[in-house]
Design a protein around this ligand. Sequence first.
Ligand SMILES: [Zn+2]
Length: 266
Amino acid sequence: MLSRLKAILRPAARTRPIELDDGLYERVSGRFPALHHLDHKQRVLLKTRCREILNTKSFQGAGDFAPQDDDCLAVALLAALPVLHLGLDGYRDFHTFILYPAPFIADIEEVDEDGLVHSGRDLRSGEAWARGPVVLAMNDVWDSGQGEGFNVVVHELAHQLDQLNGEANGFPPLHAGMDAGAWTRAFSAGFERLLTELEQGLEPSIDPYGAESPAEFFAVACEFYFDVPDWLAENHSQIHAQLAKFFMMDQKDASRRVAETQRSAE
Ligand SMILES: [Zn+2]
């Protein structure tokens, strides 16, 4: 979900400092199979990014909700994935995570093409406001990164990265050497394919929420990239290739690494 809609939230002004100890880190990171895709070097880097996020962003509970250390660490771990190699500068435009215990109701106002204002209410798992904050429902955070193509934290932070060069449109600032034409071709083809699948009543090849807009399609593709990378490589190979360049990490051998992790744990 994106923040172009004007939502009225009621965040409590509450910030908790987090102490990162090894027991807590192992316990919380163990709950996310998506992190098993990382190799040893990336896991070391993950902990560094996680610390940076905990040290530089504030974590506020909404209303009466008091996030525990586990909650904040879960958010920081999943938030570390997209910036593992990009570095924390990618999150320079926001400073606060607002955490709800469960999906939250947002009062929305939307202006249509004729300038008419429509208002209503919407139940949401997350929101990414232009220049922050990032709003998340904790129960959906805990359901993220389970190898099912769902990750609300990666989704909202993909919007933040997308917004670094203006309004979110599925075209974030690409790195030097990346081919803007190849990016556009890959994502346009993927988006069109999803629309066609939905029109024809076929099984969608990616979360159908991506059909909302190119910005949502990009955010959904990022969720798949970090959660089911092999599946994305097989079913949307050009998108996978572009995201590997963008995130500066190739997740294609993920299954092998998961198998190795499982073997070493036995
Ligand atoms: Zn979204």
